[in-house]
Design a protein. Structure first.
Length: 159
């Protein structure tokens, strides 16, 4: 059984050889909190093969979700798609198990695949520590910043 909000598998209706479930969950399932650096755009897209083997329900496939993020180096907004191609989850199936909700595991897979410090591009130059200029768009004349805790080492390198 698929609902607009969650991916729920009806154990009794599952084909013996398994089934492929594909679609998208409802938007808003990825509550990232008010101070999140990335905001989800839409729902989690999935294509998952689900089968019961003995007393286990196995789910394997692909999950993805688009995000709107703020770059951790320069602060610019950019689009990011998080894709987990090796999604896997297993559940114990007992006599009383009628339905299994795969949504929490899909959400967790996306959260684990989301980079801790997303950047708009790998060669992002970030902001100038002195004047705050975005070094991707403009060149400032401040020169390299000296951090007080590393200043002595910086002077050794310059010799």
């Amino acid at each position: 059984m698929e609902t607009p909000g969650h991916l729920i598998v009806d154990i009794a209706r599952l084909q013996p050889e398994g089934e492929i479930f594909s679609g998208e969950t409802a938007a808003g399932l990825m509550d990232m909190g008010a101070r999140a650096i990335c905001e989800p755009v839409g729902g989690i897209a999935y294509q998952i093969h689900v089968e019961q083997i003995g007393q286990e329900l196995l789910a394997r496939g692909r999950v993805s979700l688009g995000f709107r993020c703020a770059c951790s180096r320069c602060g610019e907004s950019f689009a990011l798609e998080v894709v987990e191609t090796a999604f896997f989850a297993d559940f114990e199936v007992t006599a009383g198990t009628e339905f299994v909700d795969l949504t929490p595991e899909m959400r967790e897979a996306i959260m684990l695949a989301l980079p801790g410090y997303p950047v708009c591009r790998e060669d992002c130059k970030g902001l100038c520590a002195r004047c705050g200029a975005n070094r991707n768009r403009e060149t400032c004349t401040c020169g390299p910043a000296l951090d007080g805790s590393w200043a002595a080492l910086d002077l050794l390198v310059k010799r």
